[in-house]
Design a protein around this ligand. Structure first.
Ligand code: ZN
Length: 306
C-alpha cells in the first residue's frame, strides 16, 4: 500500500507514503522507528483496517523496489494490535481481485464498524461532498439523508469490505434505487447520454433533469458491482452506477458509469481540520446522533468492540 497513518484511532488522518512525509509525521520516534536489536524497523498503521504495517524500502536506492507498506501479522506494542479478521477484510491487503457481493457480510469483532459510524457522524458533509464529486450528481440534503438511512438499515458498516477509506462510496453502494428526475447532473457524459436516449428528457438552466411526462416515464439510478482489484501493486476499488428508464414498469438501460474510488481525494478532505474549510452544518446536524439513535432502536444490535 502507499498510504499510512499513525494511530488506530478512527478520528486520525492518514498520509501518502513518501519518505519525507513519513520521517516528519513520525518524528523518527518509537514505536514507528522500532529498534529490533539487529536493525531498526519502520512501522505505521493501515488506514483501512487499523492493523500494524511495516514500511519497506524507506532508505532504499531509487533503483530498488519503490517504497511501500505491507501488513504484518503481529501486534506491535504501543502502536497497534493485530486483528486477523480485520486483515482478511482489508481491501489494501487483498492482493487478489474480488468481486464483492453484498451478501458477504458481516464483520465481527474487528473494531472497524464502530469507527466507521464515528467517522460518518463527524464528517458526513465531507463524505457527501466526495461522493457527489465522484458521481457527477448533486447530492441534496434529502438524498444524503436517504443514503444514510439505507446505509444504516442495511447495516453497511458490518459489510466485509466496508473499510475506513471507502466510506463515501459505500454510502452509495448500499442505497436503494432512486429517481434522477429533478436532480442536478454535473456529469456531461451522463447528460448527453440521457438526452440522446430519452426524447422527453431535457435539462433546465440549473442543470436539473426534467422529464416531460413525469407520470409514465421515470429515470432512476442504483449501484452495483463492487469490485476490488489489485493492480500494479495497488488496490483499486469501483462500483457501477446504473441509470435506467422505467416506462410503465418496463426497464430500459440508459448507461453505466463506473465510479473509481478516489481514496486520495477522500484523504485530502478528511485531513482538513474539523474547524477549518467549508462545513455544511445541515448535513452534519443530519448525521449527528443518527447512528446512535438507530442503534438504540435496534436493541438486538450491540457492538462488542467497546
Ligand atoms: Zn489493512
Amino acid at each position: 500500500m502507499n498510504i499510512f497513518k499513525l494511530h488506530p484511532d478512527g478520528s486520525v488522518i492518514y498520509y501518502m507514503l513518501e519518505r519525507e512525509i513519513y520521517l516528519n509525521e513520525t518524528s523518527r520516534k518509537y514505536p514507528y522507528f522500532y529498534d529490533c536489536g539487529d536493525k531498526i524497523r519502520h512501522y505505521a498503521v493501515c488506514p483501512a483496517c487499523n492493523n500494524p504495517i511495516q514500511i519497506i524500502g524507506l532508505f532504499r536506492k531509487h533503483t530498488e523496489s519503490p517504497l511501500y507498506a505491507k501488513h504484518i501479522p503481529k501486534t506491535i506494542p504501543d502502536l497497534a494490535e493485530y486483528r486477523q479478521e480485520a486483515y482478511e477484510n482489508c481491501p489494501l491487503a487483498a492482493k487478489r481481485n474480488i468481486c464483492a457481493e453484498k451478501g458477504q457480510k458481516k464483520r465481527g469483532n474487528d473494531g472497524i464498524s464502530k469507527q466507521l459510524l464515528n467517522i460518518i457522524e463527524k464528517n458526513f458533509d465531507r463524505i457527501v461532498y466526495v461522493l457527489q464529486r465522484s458521481l457527477g450528481i448533486y447530492v441534496s440534503a434529502r438524498l444524503a439523508e436517504n443514503l444514510l438511512d439505507d446505509y444504516l438499515k442495511e447495516e453497511a458498516y458490518l459489510y466485509k469490505y466496508a473499510s475506513l477509506i471507502n466510506i463515501p462510496w459505500m454510502l452509495a453502494y448500499f442505497s436503494r434505487s432512486r429517481s434522477l428526475v429533478r436532480r442536478i447532473i454535473h456529469d456531461e457524459d451522463i447528460r448527453k447520454t440521457i438526452q440522446k436516449k430519452v426524447a422527453d428528457a431535457t435539462f433546465n438552466e440549473k442543470g436539473q433533469l426534467i422529464v416531460k411526462d413525469d407520470g409514465k416515464i421515470r429515470i432512476l439510478f442504483y449501484f452495483t458491482n463492487h469490485n476490488i482489484k489489485f493492480e500494479k501493486g495497488f488496490t483499486c476499488e469501483s462500483i457501477d452506477m446504473e441509470i435506467y428508464l422505467s416506462i410503465m414498469g418496463r426497464k430500459e438501460k440508459i448507461c453505466t458509469k463506473t465510479i473509481s474510488f478516489d481514496y486520495d481525494y477522500f484523504r485530502y478532505m478528511r485531513n482538513i481540520p474539523e474547524n477549518k474549510g467549508r462545513r455544511n452544518g445541515e448535513l452534519i446536524a443530519l448525521a449527528q446522533d443518527k447512528p446512535r439513535r438507530y442503534r438504540e432502536d435496534r436493541k438486538k444490535f450491540t457492538f462488542k468492540d467497546s
